[in-house]
Design a protein around this ligand. Structure first.
Ligand code: C2O
Ligand code: CU
Length: 642
């Protein structure tokens, strides 16, 4: 938004460095900056390009957007493009769609803009903290067929922070209660400011593009005495506009609203957000909170073009003969604390929801908790079923409120050409962090489960590892080494990943502290390409139940390292080098059903090696912090249940 003459402070727009009319190229930096969110009290924040929110990225539907991203933070990060239907590799989820962008690193995000609408960007790494610190920004994709009569456009990026009087961020206590409710900031920001106002002549038509970028807070907008005409939502325009007196925006949600504020010159009214009861702990005592003060000034009555029908062709998503998918939003108080989850399990233990292109699904999203949850699916839009019909007007949603104890039936539309792993989660960041996340695996119909591939993963350009004396630069295998399974191109949803990342990106799993020092190596790779595992009885028995297994002379078990990964009992290995010297190997085993186990052993003194994950689960990390090999960590990705 260029600065406006009515006093409202808009967002700075990033300049387009590409002269081609249908391409927009911008440079975006994540950088720590000193800002005065409370005037007179500077404090350092994580920002995009030095401001909170970050700069506005603006383009038109049909353009290709290229973002040269530079990470100047002291920690890794990624960018997720919330609501945009991007290719899977551009979705910004570390460990799922891309590698972390290390401190000092860069990444090029490039994708076509398929939809017009109001979108946003934010990290998908340590999101609660990074987004909460100030890393978020808006993307406005204009519609080349836009009507002229929609009014003066204002972008309102709404967020909240909690600051002490000296401008330092307030330290919020984190406990089961704050996690269950989700922490809200006490101070509301509109485009990063607490003092937004607008001077206008009564009857001026405004088009407000509102985005809720807060961590937990719901917005319920109100302009006393007025009704909004809602023309758009997450993924662009509605099929036809609807009147709304208090539009609700959950975290992650967007609204495209038309309103003509009226009042006597010299008076003012306020655009506020009303308290929303989203569960136990909600304060309804706060009353309305101001977003923008609208001050009426003298002036000639504005000439308004008639609004007209403002309709749009919207596709009705197909749900004929749809497969039903149960997605329960759950919460359990366990001994070690509160766990939120999907279908009763937190993210780290979840199995992906499997979808095939061309096969419609209905997601029965059932909120079993006493809290409302904003449900968000990455990469795809969905529509809502009312009984056996799609809700009117048709809209393209990506984030929606699932009220406490209620169920919404969603019809996602899976594009044919964007296979891969996609996140879905609650957009209350405390909830997501506590486990309310899952993964969708979109494949072609009847796609064979690809062969386990550990070989090409570290050789995929941007995904190179940083700083670990390990695999990527290692020498080729000696002739007597086991062959790795054939490389598949790209990453498929069924692929198991096993890789070593850097110490920086390593976050120790909580259970590690309790894990006693392992006994020693759990296995070796034999010269004929089998892997021998020394295991306890239980493990041996479950391994014996699989195929590709035989018992060695000393009673240990051997596995064919080339066996297809989806066969129970099969195994894959990966080697780690320090210069020319092989210092360690990791083994990944598929025991049975959707269960995978991973092992690491090094060839040096085995003091701290031979670490096994207790219950390895989707995306779970396990440590292989070995004094000899200095490997960072390895993590596994489960198969979808078959
Ligand atoms: Cu704004 Cu994973 O989402
Ligand atoms: Cu939630």
């Amino acid at each position: 938004m260029p600065p406006t003459d009515d006093g409202f402070i808009g967002l700075r727009e990033l300049p387009d460095d590409d002269p081609a009319p249908d391409r927009v190229e911008v440079t975006l930096r994540a950088i720590e900056t000193t800002l005065e969110l409370v005037s007179g009290h500077p404090h350092r924040h994580q920002t995009y390009d030095g401001s909170i929110p970050g700069p506005l990225i603006r383009a038109r539907r049909g353009d290709v957007l290229r973002v040269n991203f530079e990470n100047h933070l002291s920690e890794p990060t990624t960018i997720h493009w919330h609501g945009l239907r991007v290719p899977n590799g551009m979705d910004g989820v570390p460990g799922i769609t891309q590698e972390l962008v290390a401190s000092g690193g860069t990444f090029v995000y490039e994708f076509p803009l398929l939809d017009e609408g109001t979108f946003w960007y934010h990290p998908h790494y340590d999101t609660l903290s990074q987004l909460g610190n100030g890393l978020y920004g808006a993307v406005l994709v204009d519609d080349p067929d836009e009507e002229a009569q929609l009014g003066a456009q204002r972008v309102l990026a709404v967020s909240d922070v909690s600051l002490n009087a000296d401008g330092t961020p307030q330290h919020h206590e984190e406990n089961d209660d704050t996690r269950a409710f989700g922490r809200e900031g006490a101070t509301l920001l509109v485009n990063g400011r607490t003092d937004q106002r607008m001077q206008l002549v009564s009857g001026t038509r405004l088009r407000l593009r509102v985005m809720n970028m807060a961590r937990s807070r719901y917005l319920s907008l109100e302009l006393a005495g007025h009704t909004f005409l809602r023309i758009g939502t997450d993924g662009g325009r509605l099929e036809y506009p609807v009147q709304e007196s208090t539009p609700l925006l959950t975290p992650g949600d967007r609204a495209d609203l038309i309103v003509e504020p009226r009042g006597e010159p010299g008076t003012h009214i306020e655009l506020v957000t009303l308290p929303v009861d989203r569960g136990p702990g909600a304060s309804t005592a706060t009353g309305p909170e101001r977003l923008v003060r609208l001050e009426f000034i003298e002036g000639p009555a504005p000439e308004l073009l008639p609004l007209g029908p403002l309709t749009r062709e919207r596709d009705a998503f197909d749900f004929e003969d749809a497969e039903e998918v149960q997605v329960s939003l759950t919460m359990d108080a366990l001994e070690h604390g509160l766990v939120m989850g999907i279908n009763g399990v937190p993210f780290t233990q979840s199995a992906p929801v499997h979808a095939e292109t061309g096969r419609p699904q209905i997601w029965n999203v059932q909120n079993e908790t006493a809290y409302a949850h904003p449900f968000h699916i990455h990469g795809f839009s969905f529509q809502v079923l009312d009984g056996d019909r799609l809700r009117s007007p048709l809209a393209y949603e990506d984030t929606i409120d699932i009220p406490a104890r209620e169920t919404l039936r969603l019809v996602p539309r899976f594009d044919e050409d964007r296979l891969g792993l996609w996140m879905f989660h609650c957009h209350i960041l405390d909830h997501a962090e506590s486990g309310m996340m899952g993964v969708l695996a979109l494949t072609e119909p009847g796609a064979p489960v690809p062969v386990l591939d550990l070989s090409d993963h570290d050789h995929q350009g941007e995904q190179g590892h940083h700083g670990t004396p390990s695999d990527a630069g290692g020498p080729p295998s000696a002739p007597d080494e086991p062959d790795v399974p054939p490389a598949t191109s790209g990453r498929s949803p069924h692929e198991i990943l096993l890789e070593v990342l850097t110490q920086e990106s390593y976050r120790e799993p909580p259970w590690l502290a309790e894990t006693p020092s392992p006994r020693g190596p759990v296995g070796v790779v034999t010269p004929h390409g089998w892997v021998r595992v020394f295991a306890n009885d239980t493990l041996q028995q479950s391994l014996l139940a699989g195929n590709g297994t035989k018992r060695a002379d000393d009673g240990s078990l051997e596995f064919d390292s080339k066996a297809p990964a989806h066969d129970p009992g099969s195994i894959a290995v990966k080697e780690f080098y320090d210069g020319d010297e092989r210092v360690g190997r990791a083994a990944l085993l598929k025991l049975d059903g959707p269960t995978t186990a991973a092992y690491y052993y090094c060839e040096g003194p085995p003091e701290r090696c031979g670490v096994q994950t207790p219950t390895p689960a989707y995306g779970e990390m396990f440590a292989v912090s070995c004094g000899t090999c200095h490997a960072g960590f390895v993590y596994t990705v489960n198969y979808p249940a078959q």
